[in-house]
Design a protein around this ligand. Sequence first.
Ligand SMILES: [Zn+2]
Length: 293
Amino acid sequence: MPEPSTLADIVPFEDEAGDVIAKARAGLGLPRAQVAGRTGLPETRLAAWESLAEPLPADAADDLGRCLDLRGGALAALANGTSRPEPLAEPDDGWQTLRCTLSEATGGYASNTWIVWQPASRTAWVVDPGFRPEVPRAWLNREHVTLRGILVTHGHRDHVGGAGWLSGETGAPVFLHPRDHALARASGVEGPLLHPDALRDPDVRHLPTPGHTPGGCTWRLGTRLFPGDTMFACSLGRTFGGPTDHPEHRSSLARLLKEPEETLLLPGHGPGTTVGRERAANPFAKETTAGPS
Ligand SMILES: [Zn+2]
């Protein structure tokens, strides 16, 4: 059984510079040929940068940034390795954060399940039990920690797939925005799904962050935010839908980056980060998103 890790453990970025370019291009609905036409960059090199076959030069990062509404400097820093994941410090608020990075039994595609627990009360919340919910279940059992609720950021299977099972095992309720319930049902999730507004607990809040999915929401526990795929360290999740989804997704990211700079962002894939780091290093962050901290 895999052991959960702490915030001090470093894992690689979910996305490289090529992924950021491809996501920005897809979000804006721009074929590669059109980006090549607008920037004057050769289409073959664009393909090579997206597939990481060639390193992205800084001047090309600037050109692409202007075309794709990305911050060229942040894109170049991601490409040349100046931006890198860093360990995070646990806030001194009596809660402890654990990460289980889990994949299906077959295939290497992995997502983060977070356990936030309070040693004083020996209670916990689990965020996004997607794959292998028996792993957080085994940890809770072993540590004699009671699960208070299951907080799901959105209805994709790699985030919600294990929620019904974990709820059945523990009796803990599952909270997911109703606009994503159909997605969760399509992922095979059974049992009650409650509106986030139904969660009345002074320790946990949520804020709507649609874009990656219509019902995406970010869970807040103290100075920790769990945005699911609304953002990743130095990137964001894929946008699937129509032309309004990408702008909505970017607005949701901008909203998160208005939080105080020390706020932790603990996403659905890849390493955790902070609002301050993302304001500086995320290519999708707008210069204007920096708010008072
Ligand atoms: Zn997703």
